[in-house]
Design a binder for this molecule. Structure first.
Ligand code: 48C
Length: 373
């Protein structure tokens, strides 16, 4: 009995040792993989679930296009010497302010051509303002986003008064028929609603960026892809040097456009804003809804759509700001800091326009100029 019993116990011992060795090798195999995976994520990991996730994320990244520019020669930027010291080049929230000398257009054009960017330029020519379209489009052909794809979106109530202008290759003139309003203030304010609705119905499928401007203007120097960003505003030419309390914000608490006297970064012009279609949709939707709330409460902000735009930009900061180079009135004359006048007001023949708006504008601009000293 004894030898048999010994034999059984030695077999049992061998079996236990074998199990122990298998478990040890399995544990060490997992430990090594876990350790190595920390440094080489593409390696397979014990847990099949984690492996699947890793594979997916790697494959999604692999399909990203590699953004690379062709070699080009230009002056080296100097990390210790800013291109300009006479003007503010960057806001406290790190949004560039766009001035001549502050950017290299060749680099920017290469970047935006690589993205095959398509830009929409919206302009409203309601009632007698159709008279401004010929100069507006002709000068845009010469100076606006030259070499890039551009859609001119002309909103009008007078289709037959739209001049027949042939635009260059890669550009198209789209005429959008919209209703007019009796009051010039309503014509101006309803632009927000119309840009919002058309952004949703059409622009989102046709262009990447929108630039939304007044029509009684002309381009007089280059306006290019340097202005493109998520969302931008433009410094009003009458207030770039004003202190905050001199900004003509809406101050009545009853209005949705109200800005308290101790708030405000800059005074933005109502006639020049833009950005991606998505961001312009959000901006115009906010402004339109704010206007409708005020209308229901029988109040209208002091400077109409411009007041609501300034309220929006106070709490939804622009990611770029255009300098007064991008919106100027030659009646103000020149300034040392104004190296370029890219987009300027067209002298209004009040009789031709027969619209109180022009006269009001003039008295308004004169009233504002007193702050310039
Ligand atoms: O198209 C019209 N028709 C009008 O009767 C009144 C305004 N407008 C649009 O709103 C034009 O696009 C104007 O440029 C804009 C309001 N802006 C101005 O009148 C001055 N540029 C401030």
């Amino acid at each position: 009995m004894q030898p048999e019993k010994n034999e059984k116990s030695s077999t049992r011992k061998c079996f236990c040792v074998l199990i122990y060795l298998v478990l040890l090798s399995l544990a060490s195999f997992c430990w090594i993989n876990l350790k190595r995976s920390r440094w080489h994520p593409q390696l397979t990991i014990c847990d099949p679930q984690t492996k699947a996730q890793t594979d997916v994320s790697v494959s999604r990244l692999e399909h990203l296009p590699i953004a690379s520019l062709e070699s080009m020669l230009y002056e080296k930027p100097n990390a210790l010497k800013p291109p300009r010291t006479d003007v503010l080049m960057l806001t406290p929230w790190l949004a560039p302010i766009i001035w001549e000398g502050g950017f290299n257009i060749d680099i920017l054009n290469a970047q935006f051509h690589q993205r095959n960017v398509h830009v929409g330029l919206t302009v409203f020519a309601i009632k007698k303002y159709t008279v401004f379209l010929q100069i507006f489009i002709e000068t845009a052909e010469k100076f606006f986003m030259v070499g890039h794809k551009v859609n001119y979106y002309v909103f009008t109530d007078r289709i037959k008064d739209i001049p027949n202008i042939t635009v260059a290759e890669g550009r198209q003139l789209v005429v959008l028929e919209v209703p007019s309003y009796q009051r010039w203030q309503d014509v101006s304010m309803r632009r927000m609603e119309m840009i919002r609705d058309h952004s949703q119905q059409r622009f989102i499928n046709e262009v990447d960026y929108l630039v939304c401007v007044d029509v009684d203007m002309k381009f007089s120097d280059y306006v290019g892809v340097e202005i493109l960003t998520d969302v931008f505003g433009t410094l009003h030419p009458g207030f770039y040097g004003s202190s905050r309390e001199h900004f003509t914000f809406e101050r009545r608490k009853q209005s949705t456009a109200c800005i308290p006297p101790d708030e405000g970064d800059f005074y933005y012009a109502g006639g020049y804003f833009g950005g991606t279609v998505e961001e312009v949709f959000k901006l115009t939707n906010f402004c339109h809804n704010a206007m409708m709330t005020d209308k229901a409460n029988h109040i209208e902000a002091i400077w109409h759509d411009e007041s609501y735009l300034n309220k929006y930009f106070l709490y939804h900061k622009p990611t770029k700001i255009l300098s007064p180079e991008y919106l100027w009135d030659n009646n103000f004359g020149g300034r040392d800091f104004l190296k370029k006048r890219r987009f300027v007001a067209v002298p209004k023949n009040h009789n031709a326009i027969r619209n109180r708006r022009a006269l009001n504008d003039y008295s308004r601009l004169r009233a504002k100029l007193k702050f310039l000293g």
